[in-house]
Design a protein around this ligand. Structure first.
Ligand code: NAD
Length: 499
Protein backbone atom coordinates (compact mmCIF):
# COMPACT_ATOMS: atom_id res chain seq x y z
CA UNK A 1 0.00 0.00 0.00
CA UNK A 2 1.51 3.31 -1.08
CA UNK A 3 1.41 6.10 1.48
CA UNK A 4 1.18 9.38 -0.36
CA UNK A 5 2.59 12.62 1.03
CA UNK A 6 2.25 16.38 0.98
CA UNK A 7 4.75 18.46 -1.04
CA UNK A 8 6.14 21.23 1.11
CA UNK A 9 9.27 23.35 0.73
CA UNK A 10 10.38 21.42 -2.31
CA UNK A 11 10.10 18.01 -0.70
CA UNK A 12 7.67 15.17 -0.17
CA UNK A 13 6.57 15.31 3.46
CA UNK A 14 4.65 12.63 5.35
CA UNK A 15 1.34 13.52 6.94
CA UNK A 16 1.39 13.89 10.70
CA UNK A 17 -2.32 14.21 11.49
CA UNK A 18 -2.81 10.44 11.65
CA UNK A 19 -5.81 10.77 9.35
CA UNK A 20 -5.83 9.24 5.86
CA UNK A 21 -8.28 8.68 2.99
CA UNK A 22 -8.32 5.67 0.67
CA UNK A 23 -7.40 6.24 -2.96
CA UNK A 24 -9.08 3.66 -5.17
CA UNK A 25 -8.38 2.16 -8.54
CA UNK A 26 -11.94 2.68 -9.81
CA UNK A 27 -11.54 -0.03 -12.46
CA UNK A 28 -10.92 -2.76 -9.90
CA UNK A 29 -12.46 -1.24 -6.79
CA UNK A 30 -9.21 -1.86 -4.91
CA UNK A 31 -7.59 0.63 -2.56
CA UNK A 32 -4.22 1.41 -4.14
CA UNK A 33 -2.91 4.14 -1.86
CA UNK A 34 -3.71 6.18 1.18
CA UNK A 35 -3.48 9.94 1.16
CA UNK A 36 -2.75 11.97 4.29
CA UNK A 37 -5.42 14.43 5.39
CA UNK A 38 -3.75 17.55 6.73
CA UNK A 39 -4.62 19.10 10.07
CA UNK A 40 -5.00 22.85 10.51
CA UNK A 41 -1.50 22.93 12.03
CA UNK A 42 0.02 21.23 8.97
CA UNK A 43 -1.77 23.64 6.63
CA UNK A 44 -0.69 26.65 8.68
CA UNK A 45 2.94 25.48 8.65
CA UNK A 46 2.87 25.08 4.86
CA UNK A 47 1.44 28.59 4.51
CA UNK A 48 4.10 30.04 6.82
CA UNK A 49 6.84 28.45 4.67
CA UNK A 50 5.17 29.78 1.53
CA UNK A 51 5.01 33.28 3.00
CA UNK A 52 8.73 33.16 3.64
CA UNK A 53 9.52 32.06 0.08
CA UNK A 54 7.12 34.43 -1.71
CA UNK A 55 8.89 37.84 -1.54
CA UNK A 56 12.01 36.59 -3.34
CA UNK A 57 9.84 34.93 -5.99
CA UNK A 58 7.84 38.15 -6.43
CA UNK A 59 11.13 40.05 -6.80
CA UNK A 60 12.33 37.66 -9.51
CA UNK A 61 11.70 39.46 -12.77
CA UNK A 62 8.62 38.29 -14.70
CA UNK A 63 10.65 36.98 -17.61
CA UNK A 64 12.68 34.72 -15.37
CA UNK A 65 9.47 33.46 -13.76
CA UNK A 66 8.12 32.83 -17.27
CA UNK A 67 11.20 30.75 -18.06
CA UNK A 68 10.18 28.38 -15.25
CA UNK A 69 6.83 28.01 -17.02
CA UNK A 70 8.65 27.41 -20.30
CA UNK A 71 10.73 24.66 -18.74
CA UNK A 72 7.65 23.17 -17.06
CA UNK A 73 5.95 22.92 -20.47
CA UNK A 74 8.92 20.93 -21.74
CA UNK A 75 8.91 18.63 -18.69
CA UNK A 76 5.16 18.04 -18.75
CA UNK A 77 5.47 17.01 -22.41
CA UNK A 78 8.36 14.73 -21.48
CA UNK A 79 6.27 13.08 -18.73
CA UNK A 80 2.94 13.13 -20.58
CA UNK A 81 2.44 9.35 -20.66
CA UNK A 82 3.55 8.89 -17.06
CA UNK A 83 1.14 11.60 -15.88
CA UNK A 84 -1.72 10.25 -17.99
CA UNK A 85 -1.18 6.72 -16.72
CA UNK A 86 -1.24 7.83 -13.07
CA UNK A 87 -4.30 9.93 -13.82
CA UNK A 88 -6.22 7.06 -15.45
CA UNK A 89 -5.27 4.71 -12.62
CA UNK A 90 -6.78 6.95 -9.93
CA UNK A 91 -9.56 8.67 -11.86
CA UNK A 92 -10.62 5.87 -14.22
CA UNK A 93 -10.84 7.90 -17.44
CA UNK A 94 -9.34 6.41 -20.62
CA UNK A 95 -5.66 6.93 -21.36
CA UNK A 96 -6.42 9.17 -24.36
CA UNK A 97 -8.81 11.25 -22.30
CA UNK A 98 -6.25 11.47 -19.48
CA UNK A 99 -3.73 12.89 -21.95
CA UNK A 100 -6.37 15.46 -22.94
CA UNK A 101 -6.73 16.38 -19.25
CA UNK A 102 -2.98 17.05 -19.01
CA UNK A 103 -2.91 18.78 -22.41
CA UNK A 104 -5.69 21.26 -21.57
CA UNK A 105 -3.80 22.21 -18.39
CA UNK A 106 -0.50 22.43 -20.23
CA UNK A 107 -1.99 24.95 -22.65
CA UNK A 108 -2.60 27.35 -19.76
CA UNK A 109 1.05 27.02 -18.73
CA UNK A 110 1.99 27.86 -22.34
CA UNK A 111 -0.23 30.95 -22.06
CA UNK A 112 1.53 31.90 -18.81
CA UNK A 113 4.85 32.19 -20.67
CA UNK A 114 3.39 35.51 -21.85
CA UNK A 115 3.12 36.77 -18.25
CA UNK A 116 5.65 39.61 -18.68
CA UNK A 117 3.34 41.13 -21.27
CA UNK A 118 0.19 40.45 -19.24
CA UNK A 119 1.69 42.03 -16.13
CA UNK A 120 2.50 45.37 -17.72
CA UNK A 121 0.74 48.31 -16.12
CA UNK A 122 -0.69 51.49 -17.61
CA UNK A 123 1.12 54.79 -17.94
CA UNK A 124 -0.07 58.34 -18.50
CA UNK A 125 2.61 60.85 -19.32
CA UNK A 126 1.92 64.38 -18.01
CA UNK A 127 -1.37 63.68 -16.27
CA UNK A 128 -0.85 67.15 -14.78
CA UNK A 129 2.00 69.71 -14.91
CA UNK A 130 5.08 67.58 -14.28
CA UNK A 131 2.91 64.72 -13.08
CA UNK A 132 2.93 61.15 -14.39
CA UNK A 133 0.50 58.43 -13.43
CA UNK A 134 1.16 54.73 -13.70
CA UNK A 135 -0.19 51.45 -12.42
CA UNK A 136 1.54 48.26 -11.36
CA UNK A 137 0.09 44.78 -11.12
CA UNK A 138 1.50 43.23 -7.99
CA UNK A 139 1.10 39.69 -6.65
CA UNK A 140 -1.26 39.11 -3.73
CA UNK A 141 1.19 37.08 -1.63
CA UNK A 142 0.15 33.56 -0.69
CA UNK A 143 -2.91 32.25 -2.55
CA UNK A 144 -4.67 28.88 -2.57
CA UNK A 145 -6.54 26.59 -4.94
CA UNK A 146 -9.00 23.83 -4.02
CA UNK A 147 -9.70 21.47 -6.89
CA UNK A 148 -12.10 18.63 -7.82
CA UNK A 149 -11.46 15.00 -8.73
CA UNK A 150 -12.62 15.11 -12.33
CA UNK A 151 -9.67 16.98 -13.89
CA UNK A 152 -6.74 16.27 -11.54
CA UNK A 153 -4.16 17.72 -13.96
CA UNK A 154 -6.04 20.41 -15.86
CA UNK A 155 -7.64 22.34 -13.04
CA UNK A 156 -4.61 22.43 -10.71
CA UNK A 157 -2.57 23.68 -13.71
CA UNK A 158 -5.22 26.31 -14.51
CA UNK A 159 -4.75 27.64 -11.02
CA UNK A 160 -1.04 27.23 -10.32
CA UNK A 161 0.21 28.56 -13.68
CA UNK A 162 -1.31 32.05 -13.49
CA UNK A 163 -0.90 32.32 -9.69
CA UNK A 164 2.80 31.49 -9.84
CA UNK A 165 3.66 33.50 -12.93
CA UNK A 166 2.14 36.56 -11.25
CA UNK A 167 4.67 36.16 -8.43
CA UNK A 168 2.47 34.56 -5.78
CA UNK A 169 3.21 31.51 -3.67
CA UNK A 170 0.53 28.90 -4.26
CA UNK A 171 -1.01 26.32 -1.93
CA UNK A 172 -2.84 23.55 -3.78
CA UNK A 173 -5.39 21.40 -1.95
CA UNK A 174 -6.26 18.82 -4.61
CA UNK A 175 -9.06 16.29 -4.49
CA UNK A 176 -8.36 13.48 -2.04
CA UNK A 177 -9.76 11.01 -4.62
CA UNK A 178 -6.85 11.37 -7.10
CA UNK A 179 -3.94 13.26 -5.51
CA UNK A 180 -0.98 11.60 -7.29
CA UNK A 181 -0.93 13.74 -10.44
CA UNK A 182 -0.95 17.05 -8.51
CA UNK A 183 2.03 15.75 -6.49
CA UNK A 184 3.83 14.81 -9.72
CA UNK A 185 3.12 18.27 -11.13
CA UNK A 186 4.67 19.87 -8.05
CA UNK A 187 7.83 17.80 -8.62
CA UNK A 188 7.89 18.94 -12.25
CA UNK A 189 7.68 22.63 -11.32
CA UNK A 190 10.44 22.11 -8.79
CA UNK A 191 12.60 20.52 -11.48
CA UNK A 192 11.72 23.42 -13.78
CA UNK A 193 13.36 25.82 -11.34
CA UNK A 194 10.67 26.94 -8.93
CA UNK A 195 12.27 27.87 -5.59
CA UNK A 196 11.42 25.78 -2.53
CA UNK A 197 8.20 26.76 -0.78
CA UNK A 198 6.65 28.67 -3.67
CA UNK A 199 4.37 25.76 -4.61
CA UNK A 200 3.01 23.58 -1.82
CA UNK A 201 0.61 20.67 -2.23
CA UNK A 202 -1.32 20.04 0.97
CA UNK A 203 -3.60 17.02 0.78
CA UNK A 204 -6.72 16.91 2.83
CA UNK A 205 -10.45 17.14 3.24
CA UNK A 206 -12.82 19.61 4.89
CA UNK A 207 -10.38 20.23 7.76
CA UNK A 208 -7.64 21.43 5.37
CA UNK A 209 -10.18 23.46 3.37
CA UNK A 210 -11.48 25.19 6.49
CA UNK A 211 -7.89 25.88 7.55
CA UNK A 212 -7.30 27.57 4.17
CA UNK A 213 -10.45 29.65 4.54
CA UNK A 214 -9.50 30.77 8.04
CA UNK A 215 -5.78 31.32 7.50
CA UNK A 216 -5.08 35.06 7.68
CA UNK A 217 -2.02 34.94 5.41
CA UNK A 218 -3.87 33.48 2.44
CA UNK A 219 -5.12 36.35 0.30
CA UNK A 220 -7.17 34.59 -2.36
CA UNK A 221 -8.87 31.26 -2.91
CA UNK A 222 -9.83 29.70 -6.22
CA UNK A 223 -12.22 26.75 -6.00
CA UNK A 224 -13.68 24.28 -8.48
CA UNK A 225 -16.13 21.56 -7.42
CA UNK A 226 -19.79 20.99 -6.62
CA UNK A 227 -22.17 23.90 -6.09
CA UNK A 228 -22.99 23.39 -2.38
CA UNK A 229 -19.27 23.39 -1.52
CA UNK A 230 -18.64 26.31 -3.91
CA UNK A 231 -21.30 28.35 -2.12
CA UNK A 232 -19.87 27.43 1.29
CA UNK A 233 -16.30 28.33 0.32
CA UNK A 234 -17.39 31.58 -1.31
CA UNK A 235 -19.30 32.70 1.79
CA UNK A 236 -16.69 31.72 4.35
CA UNK A 237 -13.75 32.94 2.28
CA UNK A 238 -15.39 36.31 1.57
CA UNK A 239 -16.46 36.69 5.19
CA UNK A 240 -12.80 36.29 6.10
CA UNK A 241 -11.84 39.10 3.72
CA UNK A 242 -10.31 37.03 0.95
CA UNK A 243 -10.65 37.37 -2.77
CA UNK A 244 -12.64 34.27 -3.79
CA UNK A 245 -13.75 32.71 -7.07
CA UNK A 246 -15.73 29.45 -7.03
CA UNK A 247 -16.90 27.35 -9.96
CA UNK A 248 -19.66 24.85 -9.29
CA UNK A 249 -21.81 22.15 -10.84
CA UNK A 250 -23.64 22.08 -14.14
CA UNK A 251 -26.60 20.86 -16.13
CA UNK A 252 -25.69 21.62 -19.71
CA UNK A 253 -28.44 21.69 -22.33
CA UNK A 254 -27.98 21.07 -26.04
CA UNK A 255 -30.78 22.39 -28.21
CA UNK A 256 -31.31 20.56 -31.48
CA UNK A 257 -33.30 22.55 -34.03
CA UNK A 258 -35.33 20.82 -36.77
CA UNK A 259 -32.86 22.03 -39.42
CA UNK A 260 -29.79 20.58 -37.67
CA UNK A 261 -27.70 17.81 -39.17
CA UNK A 262 -29.05 15.09 -36.89
CA UNK A 263 -26.20 12.66 -37.47
CA UNK A 264 -23.75 15.34 -36.42
CA UNK A 265 -25.91 16.22 -33.41
CA UNK A 266 -26.24 12.58 -32.35
CA UNK A 267 -22.49 12.00 -32.61
CA UNK A 268 -21.85 15.17 -30.63
CA UNK A 269 -24.34 14.14 -27.93
CA UNK A 270 -22.75 10.75 -27.50
CA UNK A 271 -19.25 12.21 -27.10
CA UNK A 272 -20.35 15.08 -24.88
CA UNK A 273 -22.81 13.06 -22.82
CA UNK A 274 -20.86 9.87 -22.16
CA UNK A 275 -17.17 10.83 -22.53
CA UNK A 276 -15.30 10.52 -19.21
CA UNK A 277 -18.41 8.63 -17.97
CA UNK A 278 -20.25 11.97 -17.91
CA UNK A 279 -17.94 13.24 -15.17
CA UNK A 280 -17.23 16.58 -16.85
CA UNK A 281 -18.61 19.93 -15.79
CA UNK A 282 -19.01 20.66 -19.51
CA UNK A 283 -20.74 17.34 -20.30
CA UNK A 284 -24.06 17.68 -22.10
CA UNK A 285 -26.59 16.04 -19.79
CA UNK A 286 -29.82 17.34 -21.37
CA UNK A 287 -30.76 17.06 -25.05
CA UNK A 288 -33.59 19.35 -26.11
CA UNK A 289 -34.87 18.46 -29.58
CA UNK A 290 -37.34 20.99 -30.95
CA UNK A 291 -40.47 19.42 -32.43
CA UNK A 292 -41.76 15.84 -32.14
CA UNK A 293 -40.35 14.81 -35.50
CA UNK A 294 -36.85 16.06 -34.59
CA UNK A 295 -37.11 14.24 -31.26
CA UNK A 296 -38.24 10.94 -32.78
CA UNK A 297 -35.48 11.01 -35.40
CA UNK A 298 -32.83 12.03 -32.84
CA UNK A 299 -33.78 9.25 -30.42
CA UNK A 300 -33.72 6.77 -33.29
CA UNK A 301 -30.17 7.86 -34.12
CA UNK A 302 -29.03 7.97 -30.51
CA UNK A 303 -30.18 4.51 -29.41
CA UNK A 304 -27.77 2.42 -31.54
CA UNK A 305 -24.90 4.83 -30.82
CA UNK A 306 -25.43 4.67 -27.06
CA UNK A 307 -25.90 0.90 -27.11
CA UNK A 308 -22.62 0.53 -29.01
CA UNK A 309 -20.57 2.42 -26.41
CA UNK A 310 -17.63 0.42 -25.08
CA UNK A 311 -17.14 0.67 -21.35
CA UNK A 312 -13.93 -0.63 -19.83
CA UNK A 313 -10.74 -0.02 -17.87
CA UNK A 314 -8.10 2.35 -19.27
CA UNK A 315 -5.80 -0.64 -19.71
CA UNK A 316 -8.12 -2.16 -22.35
CA UNK A 317 -6.88 0.07 -25.14
CA UNK A 318 -7.98 2.93 -27.32
CA UNK A 319 -11.34 1.59 -28.41
CA UNK A 320 -12.80 2.00 -24.91
CA UNK A 321 -15.19 4.98 -24.92
CA UNK A 322 -15.33 5.56 -21.19
CA UNK A 323 -14.19 4.04 -17.92
CA UNK A 324 -15.58 3.62 -14.42
CA UNK A 325 -16.89 6.45 -12.28
CA UNK A 326 -14.66 7.61 -9.46
CA UNK A 327 -16.06 5.90 -6.36
CA UNK A 328 -18.66 3.37 -5.22
CA UNK A 329 -20.58 6.30 -3.70
CA UNK A 330 -20.66 8.14 -7.06
CA UNK A 331 -21.96 4.94 -8.71
CA UNK A 332 -24.66 4.50 -6.05
CA UNK A 333 -25.74 8.14 -6.45
CA UNK A 334 -26.05 7.79 -10.25
CA UNK A 335 -28.00 4.54 -9.90
CA UNK A 336 -30.39 6.11 -7.37
CA UNK A 337 -31.05 9.03 -9.72
CA UNK A 338 -31.70 6.65 -12.63
CA UNK A 339 -34.25 4.80 -10.47
CA UNK A 340 -35.89 8.11 -9.59
CA UNK A 341 -36.20 8.89 -13.30
CA UNK A 342 -37.96 5.60 -13.94
CA UNK A 343 -40.22 6.08 -10.89
CA UNK A 344 -41.12 9.62 -11.93
CA UNK A 345 -42.23 8.48 -15.39
CA UNK A 346 -39.35 9.09 -17.83
CA UNK A 347 -38.80 6.52 -20.59
CA UNK A 348 -35.52 4.64 -20.31
CA UNK A 349 -34.72 4.31 -24.02
CA UNK A 350 -31.35 2.69 -23.29
CA UNK A 351 -31.21 0.85 -19.98
CA UNK A 352 -27.67 0.53 -18.63
CA UNK A 353 -28.78 -0.82 -15.25
CA UNK A 354 -27.12 -3.97 -13.97
CA UNK A 355 -24.02 -3.39 -16.10
CA UNK A 356 -21.13 -5.64 -15.17
CA UNK A 357 -17.76 -6.21 -16.76
CA UNK A 358 -16.19 -9.64 -16.64
CA UNK A 359 -13.03 -9.59 -14.55
CA UNK A 360 -13.89 -6.15 -13.16
CA UNK A 361 -17.01 -6.97 -11.17
CA UNK A 362 -15.83 -4.84 -8.24
CA UNK A 363 -15.00 -1.82 -10.42
CA UNK A 364 -17.23 1.25 -10.33
CA UNK A 365 -18.59 0.86 -13.86
CA UNK A 366 -21.95 2.29 -14.86
CA UNK A 367 -23.63 1.32 -18.14
CA UNK A 368 -24.83 4.03 -20.54
CA UNK A 369 -28.39 5.30 -20.01
CA UNK A 370 -30.58 7.32 -22.35
CA UNK A 371 -33.79 8.86 -21.05
CA UNK A 372 -36.59 10.17 -23.25
CA UNK A 373 -39.72 12.14 -22.26
CA UNK A 374 -38.01 13.78 -19.28
CA UNK A 375 -39.92 16.72 -17.77
CA UNK A 376 -38.53 19.69 -15.80
CA UNK A 377 -40.12 18.57 -12.52
CA UNK A 378 -38.11 15.30 -12.43
CA UNK A 379 -35.03 14.91 -10.23
CA UNK A 380 -32.96 13.67 -13.21
CA UNK A 381 -33.62 17.06 -14.82
CA UNK A 382 -33.12 19.26 -11.78
CA UNK A 383 -30.00 17.60 -10.31
CA UNK A 384 -26.51 17.14 -11.66
CA UNK A 385 -26.11 13.36 -12.17
CA UNK A 386 -22.39 13.42 -13.11
CA UNK A 387 -22.60 10.01 -14.78
CA UNK A 388 -23.22 8.39 -18.18
CA UNK A 389 -26.87 9.42 -18.33
CA UNK A 390 -28.36 11.64 -21.04
CA UNK A 391 -31.87 13.04 -20.52
CA UNK A 392 -34.05 14.13 -23.43
CA UNK A 393 -36.60 16.86 -22.84
CA UNK A 394 -38.84 17.37 -25.87
CA UNK A 395 -39.67 21.01 -26.61
CA UNK A 396 -42.51 22.22 -28.82
CA UNK A 397 -40.73 25.35 -30.02
CA UNK A 398 -37.42 27.21 -29.98
CA UNK A 399 -38.82 29.56 -27.31
CA UNK A 400 -39.73 26.61 -25.08
CA UNK A 401 -36.26 25.11 -25.59
CA UNK A 402 -34.33 28.29 -24.78
CA UNK A 403 -36.73 28.87 -21.86
CA UNK A 404 -35.62 25.59 -20.29
CA UNK A 405 -31.96 26.53 -20.40
CA UNK A 406 -32.71 30.10 -19.28
CA UNK A 407 -34.61 29.01 -16.21
CA UNK A 408 -32.37 26.14 -15.05
CA UNK A 409 -30.43 27.05 -11.92
CA UNK A 410 -27.09 26.03 -13.45
CA UNK A 411 -25.41 28.06 -16.17
CA UNK A 412 -22.04 26.52 -17.02
CA UNK A 413 -22.20 25.55 -20.69
CA UNK A 414 -24.77 25.05 -23.43
CA UNK A 415 -24.94 24.34 -27.16
CA UNK A 416 -27.27 24.75 -30.09
CA UNK A 417 -27.29 22.65 -33.26
CA UNK A 418 -28.82 24.43 -36.24
CA UNK A 419 -28.07 25.53 -39.80
CA UNK A 420 -29.75 28.87 -39.21
CA UNK A 421 -27.40 31.73 -38.32
CA UNK A 422 -30.18 33.97 -37.08
CA UNK A 423 -31.38 31.38 -34.54
CA UNK A 424 -27.82 30.69 -33.40
CA UNK A 425 -27.15 34.40 -33.01
CA UNK A 426 -30.33 34.96 -31.02
CA UNK A 427 -29.44 32.02 -28.78
CA UNK A 428 -25.89 33.25 -28.11
CA UNK A 429 -27.19 36.73 -27.27
CA UNK A 430 -30.06 35.83 -24.99
CA UNK A 431 -28.81 32.83 -23.09
CA UNK A 432 -27.75 33.40 -19.46
CA UNK A 433 -24.99 30.80 -19.51
CA UNK A 434 -21.23 31.40 -19.45
CA UNK A 435 -20.00 29.22 -22.31
CA UNK A 436 -21.94 28.68 -25.53
CA UNK A 437 -21.34 26.28 -28.41
CA UNK A 438 -22.82 26.76 -31.87
CA UNK A 439 -22.67 23.36 -33.54
CA UNK A 440 -19.93 22.63 -30.98
CA UNK A 441 -20.94 20.28 -28.16
CA UNK A 442 -18.43 21.05 -25.38
CA UNK A 443 -17.53 24.71 -25.79
CA UNK A 444 -14.50 24.79 -23.47
CA UNK A 445 -12.67 28.07 -24.21
CA UNK A 446 -8.98 27.84 -25.05
CA UNK A 447 -6.27 29.00 -22.63
CA UNK A 448 -6.14 32.58 -23.95
CA UNK A 449 -9.90 33.07 -23.48
CA UNK A 450 -11.55 32.69 -20.11
CA UNK A 451 -13.57 29.86 -18.59
CA UNK A 452 -16.47 30.33 -16.22
CA UNK A 453 -20.13 29.57 -15.67
CA UNK A 454 -23.02 31.80 -14.61
CA UNK A 455 -25.85 31.41 -12.08
CA UNK A 456 -25.20 28.53 -9.61
CA UNK A 457 -22.21 27.40 -11.68
CA UNK A 458 -20.00 30.37 -10.77
CA UNK A 459 -19.49 32.60 -7.74
CA UNK A 460 -17.32 35.69 -7.94
CA UNK A 461 -16.69 38.07 -10.78
CA UNK A 462 -13.67 36.82 -12.71
CA UNK A 463 -13.20 33.69 -14.81
CA UNK A 464 -10.42 31.12 -14.88
CA UNK A 465 -7.40 31.37 -17.21
CA UNK A 466 -6.97 33.93 -19.98
CA UNK A 467 -6.56 37.54 -18.93
CA UNK A 468 -9.07 37.18 -16.06
CA UNK A 469 -6.69 34.86 -14.20
CA UNK A 470 -4.00 37.56 -14.25
CA UNK A 471 -6.50 40.03 -12.79
CA UNK A 472 -7.56 37.57 -10.12
CA UNK A 473 -4.02 36.82 -8.96
CA UNK A 474 -2.76 40.41 -8.90
CA UNK A 475 -3.82 43.69 -7.41
CA UNK A 476 -3.41 47.05 -9.02
CA UNK A 477 -1.49 49.87 -7.44
CA UNK A 478 -1.68 53.29 -9.08
CA UNK A 479 1.11 55.77 -8.54
CA UNK A 480 0.87 59.51 -9.14
CA UNK A 481 4.32 61.03 -9.23
CA UNK A 482 5.78 64.52 -9.39
CA UNK A 483 9.47 65.24 -9.19
CA UNK A 484 10.50 68.73 -7.96
CA UNK A 485 12.97 70.44 -10.24
CA UNK A 486 16.43 69.24 -9.41
CA UNK A 487 19.83 68.96 -10.86
CA UNK A 488 18.97 69.96 -14.40
CA UNK A 489 17.91 73.45 -13.17
CA UNK A 490 21.43 74.28 -12.13
CA UNK A 491 22.90 72.05 -9.51
CA UNK A 492 26.18 72.91 -7.91
CA UNK A 493 29.02 71.07 -9.52
CA UNK A 494 32.03 72.85 -7.95
CA UNK A 495 33.49 72.76 -4.49
CA UNK A 496 32.63 75.91 -2.69
CA UNK A 497 35.39 77.61 -0.87
CA UNK A 498 34.71 77.76 2.87
CA UNK A 499 34.53 81.29 4.24
P1 NAD B 1 -16.53 18.38 -4.45
O1 NAD B 1 -17.27 19.64 -4.26
O2 NAD B 1 -16.98 17.16 -3.73
O3 NAD B 1 -14.98 18.56 -4.07
C1 NAD B 1 -14.21 19.64 -4.56
C2 NAD B 1 -13.15 20.01 -3.54
O4 NAD B 1 -13.80 20.44 -2.34
C3 NAD B 1 -12.24 18.86 -3.16
O5 NAD B 1 -10.91 19.34 -3.05
C4 NAD B 1 -12.78 18.41 -1.81
O6 NAD B 1 -11.79 17.89 -0.96
C5 NAD B 1 -13.37 19.67 -1.23
N1 NAD B 1 -14.53 19.40 -0.36
C6 NAD B 1 -15.43 18.39 -0.50
N2 NAD B 1 -16.35 18.46 0.49
C7 NAD B 1 -16.03 19.53 1.25
C8 NAD B 1 -16.62 20.13 2.41
N3 NAD B 1 -17.73 19.63 2.97
N4 NAD B 1 -16.05 21.23 2.93
C9 NAD B 1 -14.93 21.75 2.36
N5 NAD B 1 -14.34 21.23 1.27
C10 NAD B 1 -14.88 20.13 0.71
O7 NAD B 1 -16.50 18.11 -6.04
P2 NAD B 1 -15.94 16.83 -6.80
O8 NAD B 1 -16.90 15.70 -6.60
O9 NAD B 1 -14.51 16.61 -6.51
O10 NAD B 1 -16.04 17.34 -8.31
C11 NAD B 1 -17.19 17.24 -9.10
C12 NAD B 1 -17.97 18.54 -9.11
O11 NAD B 1 -17.15 19.60 -9.58
C13 NAD B 1 -19.16 18.52 -10.07
O12 NAD B 1 -20.24 19.17 -9.45
C14 NAD B 1 -18.67 19.28 -11.28
O13 NAD B 1 -19.69 19.86 -12.05
C15 NAD B 1 -17.83 20.32 -10.62
N6 NAD B 1 -16.87 20.89 -11.55
C16 NAD B 1 -17.08 22.17 -11.97
C17 NAD B 1 -16.20 22.75 -12.87
C18 NAD B 1 -16.40 24.16 -13.34
O14 NAD B 1 -15.49 24.74 -13.91
N7 NAD B 1 -17.56 24.75 -13.10
C19 NAD B 1 -15.10 22.02 -13.34
C20 NAD B 1 -14.92 20.72 -12.88
C21 NAD B 1 -15.81 20.17 -11.98
Amino acid sequence: MTELTHFINGKHVKGTSGRFADVFNPATGEVQAKVPLASQAELDAAVAAAAEAQPAWAATNPQRRARVMMKAVQLINRDMDKLAEALSREHGKTFVDAKGDVQRGLEVIEFCIGAPHLLKGEFTDSAGPGIDMYSMKQPLGVVAGITPFNFPAMIPLWKMGPALSCGNAFILKPSERDPSVPLMLAEIFQEAGLPDGVLQVVNGDKEAVDAILDNETIQAVGFVGSTPIAAYIYERGCANGKRVQCFGGAKNHMIIMPDADLDQAADALVGAGYGAAGERCMAISVAVPVGEETADKLIEKLIPRVEALKVGPYTAGDDVDYGPVVTAAAKANIEALVESGVQQGATLAVDGRGFSLQGYEDGFFVGPHLFDHVTPDMDIYKKEIFGPVLSTVRAGSYEEAIGLALSHEYGNGTAIYTRDGDTARDFANRINIGMVGINVPIPVPLAYHTFGGWKKSGFGDLNQHGTDAFKFYTRTKTVTSRWPSGIKEGGEFNFKAMD
